[in-house]
Every structure is written in structure tokens, then in C-alpha cells.
Design a protein around this ligand. Structure first.
Ligand code: PXP
Length: 249
């Protein structure tokens, strides 16, 4: 990897969503993570939510044991999650806001009014050698607040840009992309490492991937969704073959 290569972090949460739909152990998110690494992922991201709706504690421990690439542990900034991170020692921890009722992480962390409670948690993670990133809205003032908190990395929330792109709203897409560009430039100028993610698809990733300051993209849902269309035909063929083999005289 050259110094200006952009890293791809593959989020495997939704492999666990499919597993949990039936209980049991299949499909195994760790096996999916290893496949993603074989295919070129530079890191694996997993979000242990407070309600454990997809990734479970045992998945995080197994990922940490099995991976040869960095594990990015997405977590709410709570005492429980900080304790798990300190026990697991992932390469990185990405602090995200979390609401029980939301379907996915809806907005960036409020690091301005949440400063008091975030600062000690960032310090204890960083003190354990874990690289802390803050999942935030792409706003220059937020970049400055992240810098003041001492986080080395911010992950820019690309959700609004992706929504506009999905709705084919060219003006709003351009506006949201410009917000990402300004925040990336401003944050990098302050010495922050810039990451981005949320909602990116093969169609919308290009303009974000082209922003030179963005060192890493974290992508999950669209990859697991695309895997259905890339892989379903093969899965049906394999099932057909298994049935036919069983009936061969
Ligand atoms: N980055 C962060 C901080 C996230 O919370 C998520 C969603 O878990 C992602 C990236 C990946 O988003 P998506 O699954 O929509 O690609």
C-alpha cells in the first residue's frame, strides 16, 4: 500500500444481522471478515450496539483473535463500551452516537455539548494505545472541537450526501459533497486524520473516495447487500447441484 492509498474498512455488522434472524451461528461474521480481508479489505469494522442487535460481545473477541488487519471497534461513548474496548484492545475505536430506537446511526456525535463526558473516555482509550476516532457531521466547527478534544481521527458522516445521491437530487448532492470537502480540508489542515462513511454505495462512493484528505472509508450495508446479487446465483447453483447429487443413482 502506498502512502496515499485510501483504506477500505469493511463493516460486517449485517452478516450478524442475517445470522441473528435465525439464531445459531451461521453466517459467521468472523468468516465473512476473513473473506473480506482476502478480497482486499484493509481493516474490519464492527459496531457492538448497546442492544446487541447484530454484533455480540463474543464476535468482538473472536474478531480480535482472528484478524491480521486492524479491527475498528465502533461503540457508543459509555462506560460499558469503554470497559469492553479496554479489555479487547482493538486497533481503533470509533465513538458514535447511539439511540435504541434508531435503525442505524442517524447523525454525528455532538462533541460540542458532549465534551465533558467524552474527554475522559477518549483519554482512557488513547491511554491504552487505541486510536480514537469521532464520528461527526462534516462541519468546520466540529473539526475544531475534535481537535480540542485530542482525538487524532474524525470520521465524517456521509449519510446526508448518500441520501441526496439516492434521491437523484443533483443540487443537494453537490451541496453535501461540498460540505464533506470543506470539512475534510479544514480537519486535515488542523492535523486530523480524516475518515468517512455511512450509506456509501458503489454509485455514490466515487466523489467521496476522490477527496484527497480522506484516508479511510468504512462501508457495510451496501457491500452485504451487493453480495446477495453477486452471490445468489452461485448459491442457487450449488444448492441445485447438492440436490441433484443426492438423487443420482
Ligand atoms: N461508519 C460508521 C461510524 C457507522 O456507524 C456505520 C454504520 O454502522 C458505517 C460507517 C457504515 O455504514 P453503512 O453500513 O451504511 O455502509
Amino acid at each position: 500500500m502506498t502512502s496515499d492509498t485510501q483504506r477500505l474498512g469493511v463493516n460486517i455488522d449485517h452478516v450478524a444481522t442475517v445470522r441473528n434472524a435465525r439464531g445459531g451461528a451461521y453466517p459467521d461474521p468472523v468468516q465473512a471478515a476473513l473473506l473480506a480481508v482476502e478480497a482486499g479489505a484493509d481493516g474490519i469494522t464492527a459496531h457492538l450496539r448497546e442492544d446487541r442487535r447484530h454484533i455480540r460481545d463474543a464476535d468482538i473477541a473472536a474478531l480480535k483473535r482472528s484478524l491480521s488487519v486492524p479491527l475498528n471497534f465502533e461503540m457508543a461513548a459509555t462506560d460499558e463500551m469503554v470497559a469492553i474496548a479496554l479489555a479487547t484492545r482493538p486497533h481503533a475505536a470509533c465513538l458514535v452516537p447511539e439511540k435504541r430506537e434508531e435503525r442505524t446511526t442517524e447523525g454525528g456525535l455532538d462533541i460540542v455539548s458532549g465534551r465533558e463526558s467524552l474527554a475522559p473516555r477518549i483519554r482512557s482509550l488513547a491511554g491504552a494505545g487505541i486510536r480514537v476516532s469521532l464520528f461527526v457531521e462534516p462541519e468546520p466547527a466540529v473539526m475544531e472541537a475534535a481537535r480540542a478534544l485530542g482525538a487524532p481521527v474524525v470520521e465524517l458522516h456521509t449519510g446526508r450526501y448518500c441520501e441526496a445521491a439516492l434521491e437523484d437530487d443533483a443540487a443537494r448532492t453537490a451541496h453535501e459533497l461540498a460540505r464533506l470537502r470543506h470539512a475534510a480540508e479544514h480537519g486535515a489542515g488542523l492535523g486530523l486524520e480524516i475518515h468517512a462513511g455511512h450509506g456509501l454505495t458503489r454509485d455514490s462512493v466515487g466523489p467521496v473516495a476522490a477527496l484527497p484528505q480522506i484516508r479511510e472509508l468504512n462501508i457495510g450495508h451496501a457491500l452485504i447487500a451487493d453480495a446477495i446479487f453477486v452471490g445468489l446465483a452461485r448459491a442457487v447453483q450449488d444448492m441445485r447441484a447438492a440436490m441433484d447429487r443426492a438423487r443420482r443413482p
